[in-house]
Write a protein that binds this ligand. Sequence first.
Ligand code: CA
Length: 381
Amino acid sequence: MQATRRTFTLGTLAVLLSGCSGAARFASTPARPDTTLPTAPNAGWDAWVAGFKGRAAGQGISPGVIDRAFRGAGFIPGVIERDRNQTEFKRSLEDYLSIAASDERVAKGRANYAAQRATLARIEAKYGVEGNVVAAIWGLESFFGERRGNIPIVSSTSTLAYEGRRGAFFEKQLIAALKILQNGDTTPENLVGSWAGAMGHTQFIPTSYELFAVDFTGDGRRDIWSDDPTDSLASTAAYLAKSGWQRGQPWGGVVGSPGANVPGGRRLQPEAGGPTFIVGRNFDAIKRYNNSDSYAIGVGHLSDRIVGGPPITGPFPPDQYGLRKDDRIALQRRLTAAGFDTQGSDGVIGPNSRAAIQAYQARNGLPVTGDPSLELLRRLG
Ligand SMILES: [Ca+2]
């Protein structure tokens, strides 16, 4: 289940909230449907829904809840498009960490951690999960609530159940979503999330919600969709606690760093030529949230940075083009200075950097590949 989640996250970024929560401060604004992914008439989906309604009723969902949930719902072609365009492309750990613990995310992490300190302390007292770790997951999953997604979940999950690559998985998500509505935790209008059904500040899929979500504000609703992140943060701590989190123990760290002093820890070198980590049970608990070494290292590292820890400097191996991070940063700066804007210089060669390289190549009569190279770096020097 969790292996499926990883593809939904980290791409997907703070509302600076004061330490006090409450209905007055977080007056709920109804979610507006995502106009970038509109529904379209689809007779096959209609027929599928007709059959699904019987199966949902068979699982105890009331006809009234089912009818209301599907009122206004529809097939979303854009969701299928995104599902099909998912590539198995794997980022290097260095690139991943550059994004997961970017200067902006670390700064917002510190501000949000400070703003939520009282809430996070109460959550830690109840679930035994440190607040900086919960804040790090919040930062990776939704950029501290900024990117929660506003695609209607009944439409997205029914679209994927009908025509996606993992139909049975998404039918389960849809049933779990209907149970959320039946339970009264939120309304059909507010039941929104990412195109792949991940919801709220920490991007729970409906079945994870069913297992782990908690009401921490005390209003009787497990409201992870609210602008107030309290229930989401507590639900995340509850998830980690049930996954074996050990309070007071480091997740791990680069060999030789203080974090590497993990009782019962083991060595992990994700990439040849890259840093070796010592990781422990808390690393494994984070992987239960999202089954990826890079994700767990990213959460652990961001959690350290939020409370003042230093960056991981490597050593990391050069990339497939023979460039190290300093080279990539220099390339981005030189391209930008030459009038080919890479939209920042974080050392990660993404679509903006590739477009800038292509524009430079085209202008200079070079083969237009979009690929960085040491030769290009020298040319621009
Ligand atoms: Ca609540």
